[in-house]
Design a protein around this ligand. Structure first.
Ligand SMILES: Nc1ncnc2c1ncn2[C@@H]1O[C@H](COP(=O)(O)OP(=O)(O)OP(=O)(O)O)[C@@H](O)[C@H]1O
Length: 574
């Protein structure tokens, strides 16, 4: 990070939302509380005229990076990264606005690179929050439970990791903010403000605090969802997705741990760190290396770069089946194994689809003999009305997945038992992945203290087996590419390698699109024979994971739990 530690100079400004005027800001509430962060200052760098969301600039930068990569490959020293020229169409603030933003307390680097992200807002000071506890750790963030000392409200503060000296890094981080500000729906997490100061190099996103996430609840052995409850969660998920897609936002990482729940049963889609803006009417290239593996649709595994809302609908279909089955339905360990699981359940793509889609990895992944679709047999014990919806959402051809609006009108939601009211959902004890981990650690510590060492160790090992394997993270397989393309300097190579943001390669991030689809044969699972030109899959009997709705445990073992921490470890390993 481009930070020099020292004392923070306070801006004295308080954020009150988009319409906030500078008059009336609260100067009195000087906190006596613990500061979230109060000792950093920053070496403020000058503005570079690049911004978020502009295809021309992003494409231009991709070009530059490609050339740099080639030079690096040929042993030539990497040239200093070329800076894009200012583009008047972009959202970069005009000079006077930049001055205003800095005067309002925003760091210069933030205003310079991504003025749009902070337009009309005022920064909140760190010392107006009292940190209570760390509640989550993502690949690119730490999340804290905190009290807003001005309103008394409990909030979640997401401290995002990025390098304020690197425009790319700042732009990635800001994309999440820009997208969140585009969205306004009860089933989408609301960004309530930003905490930073003119002299700070860190940034916290302020969100309403959510007590649970769906992965945590679904993994809890005491919690069994009824059909009405599954409908309630799915209705909220699809309503949130409908809003995102109508606003041309693709989430690109729908999974249980990104679906947060509060104590009144409201579900909100969170973590827009991989989200992007798409144009449903014009094809444009995006990276296929998104969505956590178990929830990743076949077109992405096959290398599609011009996908649409169908990718989120596939993930939603996986979640619906998972909630009914009590465990993830396709827990692949590698891309190849994931595709194999998809083929076994959903059938392999039709000849027509292979021809129409022209997917980059088609020759590599086309099975010699087609696989038959067997969703209805596999999930025969699910409620009948759920099958057409699962069938639609898990269509191999994304065009057949229809839309979130269509899903909301499906028979599933119009058949008794209807979705229950969110307020009628049980009030659960904290079930966040982090809470579950803490409970496990505590239980393990107590057992170790109470039992004979041999006995205790045996039980712990048994329990560990019953617990989760990690869901390979959305970008886990990208790490090598990110690492190679990082703009490492001698001065801060370490911090960058730890803190560089995710590879949103769409139009401009180093890795040429589709360039990283090499499949390492070492990663091919033993049941998937690999040949250099095609795969032939061993056709095992269809695995049947269906089970009684309210007794998922009897469906053949609990779902595996996959924690953010596990995913992070996985990411580091690869
Ligand atoms: N508003 C919130 N209220 C409560 N907890 C939250 C909130 N936002 C995030 N969290 C917790 O913090 C964790 C990490 O947050 P988030 O997923 O946004 O970060 P990330 O760095 O993008 O993570 P990942 O690497 O898993 O994608 C979440 O899994 C969740 O448990």
């Amino acid at each position: 990070m481009g930070c020099v530690l020292g004392r923070e100079v306070s801006s004295g400004l308080v954020h009150n939302g988009r319409e906030e005027k500078r008059e009336g800001v609260n100067h009195e509430k000087k906190s006596q509380n613990v500061n979230v962060e109060s000792t950093e200052t920053v070496e403020v760098k000058g503005a570079e005229n690049v911004t978020v969301g502009d295809e021309a600039v992003e494409a231009n930068e991709a070009d530059v990076t490609k050339k740099d990569d080639k030079a690096e490959h040929e042993g030539k020293p990497r040239k200093e990264k070329r800076r894009s020229k200012p583009d008047p169409r972009l959202s970069n603030p005009p000079k006077h606005k930049h001055g205003e933003q800095v005067a309002a307390g925003w760091p210069s680097w933030l205003s310079a690179h991504v003025g749009e992200a902070i337009d009309g807002w005022l920064p909140r000071r760190a010392d107006t929050f009292e940190k209570i506890d760390k509640i989550g750790q993502g690949t690119y963030s730490n999340v804290y439970k905190a009290r807003d000392t001005i309103t008394g409200k409990i909030v979640a503060l997401k401290k995002v990791r990025f390098d304020n000296l690197e425009p790319e890094s700042v732009r990635f981080m800001a994309r999440e903010i820009i997208i969140l500000r585009r969205l306004d729906h009860p089933n989408v997490i609301k960004l309530e403000g930003l905490v930073t100061s003119r002299m700070s190099c860190s940034l916290y996103l302020v969100f309403e605090y959510m007590e649970h996430d769906l992965a945590g609840l679904a993994a809890s052995p005491e919690i069994k969802f009824t059909e009405a409850q599954v409908k309630c969660y799915m209705h909220q998920l699809l309503s949130g997705l409908e809003h995102c897609h109508n606003r041309h936002v693709l989430h690109r990482d729908i999974k249980g741990s990104n679906l947060l729940l509060d104590n009144s049963g409201i579900l909100r889609i969170a973590d827009f760190g991989l989200a992007t803006i798409f144009d449903p009417h014009h094809k444009h290239q995006m990276t296929s290396r998104v969505v956590t593996l178990w929830y990743r649709p076949p077109e992405l595994l096959l290398g599609a770069t011009d996908y649409g809302a169908g990718i989120d609908l596939w993930s939603a279909g996986c979640i619906l089946a998972e909630l009914l089955a009590g465990k993830p339905i396709m827990p692949g360990r590698t891309e190849v194994e994931q595709l194999h699981k998809i083929y076994k359940l959903c059938g392999s793509p039709s000849e027509e689809y292979w021809k129409k889609s022209k997917l980059p990895n088609a020759t590599l992944f086309k099975p010699r003999d087609p696989y038959r679709r067997c969703i209805r047999e596999t999930f025969k014990d699910f409620p009948q009305s759920s099958l057409p919806l699962i069938d639609t959402l898990l269509a191999i051809d994304p065009a057949e997945r229809k839309t979130a609006t269509d899903a909301l009108q499906s028979e599933f939601f119009n058949t008794e038992p209807y979705a229950c009211d969110p307020s009628s959902l049980p009030k659960y004890p904290p079930t966040k992945e982090m809470d579950a981990k803490r409970r496990d650690d505590e239980a393990r510590r107590l057992r170790a203290a109470n039992k004979a060492p041999g006995d205790g160790a045996k039980r712990v090992r048994h329990r560990e087996r019953a617990r989760a394997g990690p869901a390979p993270d959305a970008n886990a397989e990208n790490q090598a590419n990110i690492d190679r393309r990082r703009l490492i300097t001698h001065a801060n190579a370490k911090s960058k390698s730890e803190k560089f943001p995710p590879p949103h390669q769409d139009g401009g991030l180093g890795v040429p699109l589709g360039a990283s689809h090499h499949i390492d044969p070492a990663l091919v699972p033993p049941d998937v024979p690999f040949s250099s030109t095609s795969f032939t899959y061993s056709k095992e009997p269809v695995q049947n994971w269906s089970g009684p709705l309210v007794e998922p445990a009897s469906a053949g073992g609990r779902r595996k739990k996959h924690t953010a921490g596990d995913a992070k470890k996985h990411l580091k390993r690869r």
